[in-house]
Design a protein around this ligand. Sequence first.
Ligand code: NDP
Length: 244
Amino acid sequence: MTDLTGKVALVTGGTRGIGLATVRALAEAGATVVLTGRDESAAKETAASVEGNVSAVGLDVTDAKAVSTVVRGVAKEHGQLDIVVANAGILEDALLGMIREDLVDRMMSTNVGGTIHTVQAAARAMMRKKTGAIVVLASIVGEQGSAGQVAYAASKAAVGNVAKSAAKELGRYGIRVNGVAPGVIETAMTEHLGEDIIAGRVEDTPLGRLGKAEEVAKAIRFLVSDEASFVTGQILGVDGGLVL
Ligand code: NDP
């Protein structure tokens, strides 16, 4: 199994779904993990329920200053920061004609802004040591497009590009930046999808089922580990082969 003993990791949006599965996967591999969620006491409760060296801190990733403070605080408290997973994200479906300005603002400030703030803060914390691994959460819809998800899909396309562009800037500091692009994963985010949509997605997936948060977490764990030491600027699809 991947060994992350001695590594310190931060996972934004680690309170449920893919984020929480990632916290578990990293902790299981021996990393010290700090998770974040917007409600600090709920996040602390979640952290306490995970086996391993796991703690929590409250954070809204749309607040650039708060992101910087939290990331610096984690690096200071633990003496290092090796792994950052910029996972926090939101989804709101809307057909093109129904998209309002505030929806666009929410998608962009959380998914794109939150990811950029997190990657920037992570890079600052990692630069001195000249080593580190960052993973962002893109999406299959950011690559292929998706009807009824123009704003979300555009935000996830941007997130994928954050990984590719940041990898180009940060390689000289020994910092790798990659993304995962999940297909449809069974989490709270996809609970609202109707049975017909789910059935269609399953039919369009060669592996014939939806994905599990743990399966995305394993891909993330690979990308942040030394097993991926020469991998950067890549977006790894974790989608069962789904074609939208
Ligand atoms: P969930 O809705 O289950 O979890 C989202 C997480 O993000 C929660 O922990 C939530 O924490 C956190 N979060 C949301 N907004 C903020 C914010 N402003 N600041 C800090 N934390 C925030 O989603 P998933 O686990 O399904 O998704 C995780 C990531 O994977 C997202 O970026 C999503 O876009 C991406 N993804 C998911 C897919 C899927 O099929 N599920 C497919 C492709 C990509 P809290 O509410 O406690 O603050």
